[in-house]
Ligand binder design. Structure first.
Ligand code: HEC
Ligand code: HEC
Length: 149
């Protein structure tokens, strides 16, 4: 009896071995990667978006804040630092040959002109959109009032 159980266990072991061992090799060769490249090769680097530097972008409507024609990823804006000002605020704008922030950015909410960029214009990227390679989630059918008529 004991011998019989042993023999069955060995036989079972062999069957399982052939299924999961040798057979496993065949199955592994058919494994399909979920990514585009085969399992045993390195990932393909994604296409990277190149910021168009120094290109003026068209405005979609007259009042639109101009789009940022350069990379902004390294420019910090927080409570203490605003690196956009280091180039765009006069007199740095002259030194850096950057367009000067227009005077409207210095007017506070009571219409009084201040000597520094007003708080309501401090977070530049809130209005001046940096470039990203993002496909629109929904189709944009916007038409400016003037040309839409
Ligand atoms: C190192 C200097 C520098 C810094 C810092 C900088 N800019 Fe500029 N920016 C320029 C220059 C120079 C131009 C002129 C166009 C060009 O050469 O790319 C420009 C152009 C622009 C324009 C286009 C203006 C127009 O009339 O079309 C906008 C908007 C702008 N920058 C916004 C920003 C914002 C927002 C930040 C901060 C996130 C920033 N810039 C930081 C140098 C700078
Ligand atoms: C509330 C929205 C808003 C914010 C915030 C804002 N801007 Fe503007 N900006 C505008 C609009 C609108 C214009 C175009 C009309 C004008 O020139 O004032 C403009 C124009 C500009 C121009 C072009 C001026 C010219 O004569 O061509 C520059 C440069 C600029 N902004 C820089 C900045 C910087 C730097 C900051 C952050 C300190 C900033 N802006 C914050 C709305 C904004």
């Amino acid at each position: 009896m004991k011998h019989k159980i042993m023999a069955m266990a060995v036989a079972l072991g062999m069957v399982l071995g052939s299924v999961f061992g040798m057979g496993g090799g065949v199955v592994a060769a058919e494994v399909k990667a979920l990514r585009d490249t085969p399992v045993n090769t390195a990932d393909k680097a994604p296409d990277s978006y190149r910021v168009q530097d120094g290109v003026k972008h068209e405005r979609a409507y007259r009042q639109q804040p101009p789009l940022v024609p350069h990379d902004t990823s390294k420019y910090e804006i927080d409570l203490k630092v605003n690196q956009c000002l280091r180039c765009h605020e006069w007199p740095y704008s002259d030194q850096e040959k950057a367009p000067k922030i227009s005077d409207l950015h210095y007017i506070d909410r009571n219409g009084v002109r201040q000597d520094t960029v007003n708080g309501n214009r401090y977070v530049c990227t809130q209005c001046h959109v940096p470039q990203v390679d993002a496909k629109p989630l929904v189709e944009n059918v916007f038409k400016p009032a003037v040309t839409g008529r």
